[in-house]
Ligand binder design. Structure first.
Ligand code: UCC
Length: 626
């Protein structure tokens, strides 16, 4: 019975005890073997036979299921019922939601698993600079055209609400898009620039806004060079040489170019005079457009140096490009490049907001669904109060961000339809950077917390969950970082001589007047925040370009965001068909610090002394000797 082994010392005895335990258990339970394996063990068992037919147990956790993102989104449906109550819109979004679940989400995953590859040279040594993308990426382009993900913003089927309709589709689509939302954002931006400049690039505009998958073009936005993508005024070295036919040849090096497989692009360069001299700074930059590839797929004087190895957005090609005589057309007036591309930045920043809110919505939908099927400590996660409190806080963040996103889209639609008031135009200018910088930060925080709600599975790549966090991180970086956009908020105040702030205070006060009685605590908090903010600005915002203003720029932007989001939550909750959860979300939001800039001021965060202490704290111990 006992194995014929010569025992030496305790460990053999322990091994024998373990073996006996295994034998005894194996006869009483299928714990380590399945019933199908009731074959007699070999007489002299060896180690492997003890586990050779071990089973891995019979429990498998059900995974979170993606359900139709439209039908699952009570706030989206409520917002549309209030503002765009059209059955055709609801039906189209519901249908699109089904397609996202049925086809698009899998395509997005394939784009993640099959990132683009660069083929620099052909078999016979010639440069080909071919970016090879997967079939799923190609299919995404067809879907984008057919669904009018850019075109809907220019067809204006719903007049001033056309942008809301378009961005609702992108909001549903984005988390499953495999980052195809990036080229779509820049395509929309390029079309916007062309439309606003009225430049005769008719074919390009038609293709950028086409629903015909065989004619639809995507666009790039090549603004970033080695010296900088935030400070393009100093960082742009690309030179444009005028040709006899009026076109230009561009020579330069672009450091970040996203969606490099795009058909078309906008880019900045300095026009050289006959002596080769160029004008420095922002006023030396002009805006150009160009087709990137010809019909044979050969590049238009563009050499792809490398594809970037990125933290996220790996589905999309981002490259370093040498412009070696790229043939381009001047779009803007000479020296008005930054002012002209600002229209593109407005659009891509709004798209960024949409993607940020969509990421928050996706993770909260999946987390909520998972909590109805995951057991822990004897009950479902949905029955654990602390777990639900955490999800509730994510929901409040997501709802506030959703309403801010929709507000900016609404204002954009009104401006493009020519019905915006002066106040609304000022609000759009102020809220675009505010919404982008604030929701970009929220997305990372909300997705990170959301991943935790899946436990270890939130950290496992083949669940598809970690990619959400990787991709969210870019949202606070590209299109202007949080600090750069905080300074843009100051720019909008200075440029408008404070009218954007006047629009902000006037509009928020009007909204609060219509609040229902159940929202009184929130209204009181918001009015208090507006009051202290007014005092702060009267005291400190004499010169938005002043050094101190830079120190409070970020906290000011956050204050404007939190107050405006609170007002939007209160306004939505005051609607006659609002739900109790709409009221609850508004109350919860307004319990937070709505005015961090006044809090910071009270703690002396913005004075010269604080700035010196910040510097001493950061650079203590730094040895930067060569
Ligand atoms: O990140 C990139 C591509 C990635 C793909 C993005 C996909 C989209 C998201 C998709 C979601 C999935 S490309 C790199 C992006 N780079 C930036 O965003 C640049 C960030 N830096 C800034 O925004 C800076 O503030 C600059 C470049 C605007 C600062 O330049 P300047 O030269 O210092 O600016 P100035 O001199 O203050 O402004 C020049 C002109 C002025 O017009 P005029 O002369 O009429 O007064 C400004 O009023 O530009 C005007 N301007 C604006 N106008 C500047 N900013 C704006 C604005 N935001 N709105 C309107």
């Amino acid at each position: 019975m006992f194995p014929k082994l010569f025992f030496r010392g305790n460990h053999q005895a322990l091994w024998l005890i373990r073996w006996q335990l295994v034998q005894s258990r194996s006869s009483s339970t299928s714990f380590i073997r399945s019933e199908a394996d009731e074959r007699p063990l070999a007489e002299s068992p060896t180690t492997h036979s003890l586990f050779s037919r071990a089973t891995i147990g019979s429990f498998f956790q059900e995974q979170p299921v993606l359900r139709n993102p439209f039908t699952q989104d009570a706030l989206l449906q409520g917002y549309l019922r209030r503002h765009l109550p059209l059955q055709e819109v609801e039906s189209d979004l519901c249908r699109f939601g089904d397609q996202i679940v049925g086809e698009i989400d899998a395509l997005g995953r394939q784009c993640e698993q099959n990132p683009p590859q660069l083929q620099q040279f052909g078999a016979w040594g010639r440069r080909v600079d071919r970016i090879v993308t997967c079939p799923a990426w190609t299919r995404m382009k067809c879907i984008a055209a057919e669904e009018g993900l850019v075109a809907a913003g220019y067809e204006r089927r719903y007049n001033e609400w056309s942008r809301v309709y378009q961005m609702c589709k992108l909001y549903l689509y984005s988390p499953s898009a495999g980052l195809f939302t990036c080229p779509l954002a820049m395509t929309d931006g390029a079309a916007k620039v062309i439309e606003s400049l009225g430049v005769p690039v008719k074919e390009a505009f038609e293709r950028l806004t086409s629903r015909d998958k065989n004619r639809f073009w995507t666009s790039g936005q090549w603004m970033t060079e080695r010296k900088g993508g935030s400070d393009v005024a100093t960082g742009t070295e690309t030179v444009a040489w005028r040709q006899e036919d009026g076109w230009y040849r561009l020579y330069g090096f672009k450091w970040f170019t996203s969606a490099t497989d795009a058909d078309f692009t906008l880019t900045l360069a300095r026009i050289a005079d006959s002596n080769g001299n160029t004008t420095p700074g922002s006023q030396g930059l002009s805006l150009f457009c160009a087709e990137v590839w010809d019909l044979e797929g050969c590049s238009n004087g563009v050499e792809v140096q490398k594809l970037k190895d990125k933290l996220g957005t790996r589905q999309m090609p981002t490259a370093e490009l040498l412009l070696d005589g790229m043939r381009a057309k001047l779009l803007s007036e000479e020296g008005r490049g930054v002012a002209s591309i600002a229209n593109m930045l407005t659009l891509t920043r709004i798209h960024n907001t949409v993607s940020a809110v969509a990421a928050m919505r996706r993770v909260t939908q999946l987390s909520r669904e998972y909590s109805t099927k995951r057991w822990a400590f004897g009950k479902l996660l949905k029955d654990h109060a602390l777990h639900v409190q955490t999800l509730s806080r994510l929901e409040v963040e997501t709802r506030a961000a959703f309403l801010l996103m929709m507000e900016v889209c609404r204002l954009l639609g009104r401006e493009e339809s020519g019905v915006a008031t002066e106040r609304e135009s000022h609000l759009l200018r102020l809220l675009t950077p505010v919404a982008k910088l604030y929701t970009g930060k929220q997305a990372v925080a909300v997705v990170s917390e959301g991943l935790e709600s899946f436990g270890g599975q939130g950290y496992i790549e083949d669940t598809g969950l970690p990619a959400m966090l990787r991709d969210a991180q870019v949202l606070s970086i590209w299109e202007g970082t949080t600090n750069v956009l905080s300074l843009d908020v100051l720019r909008s105040i200075a440029k408008s001589s404070g009218l954007v702030l006047q629009a902000f205070f006037t509009h928020t006060e009007e909204c609060l007047r219509g609040a229902g009685p159940a929202l009184s605590p929130a209204v009181s908090s918001l009015r208090s925040a507006l009051s202290v903010l007014t005092s702060f600005l009267q005291t400190h915002l004499q010169h938005p370009a002043a050094p101190k203003a830079e120190l409070f720029a970020r906290d000011l932007a956050y204050s404007l965001a939190r107050i405006y989001m609170g007002v939007l939550l209160v306004d939505h909750a005051s609607w006659d068909r609002a739900s109790q959860t709409d009221i609850y979300a508004a109350l919860r939001w307004c319990e937070g610090d709505l005015c961090p800039v006044v809090t910071g001021e009270s703690r002396g965060c913005y004075g010269a002394e604080a700035s010196e202490l910040d510097s001493a704290l950061v650079y203590q111990g730094l040895d930067d000797s060569p």
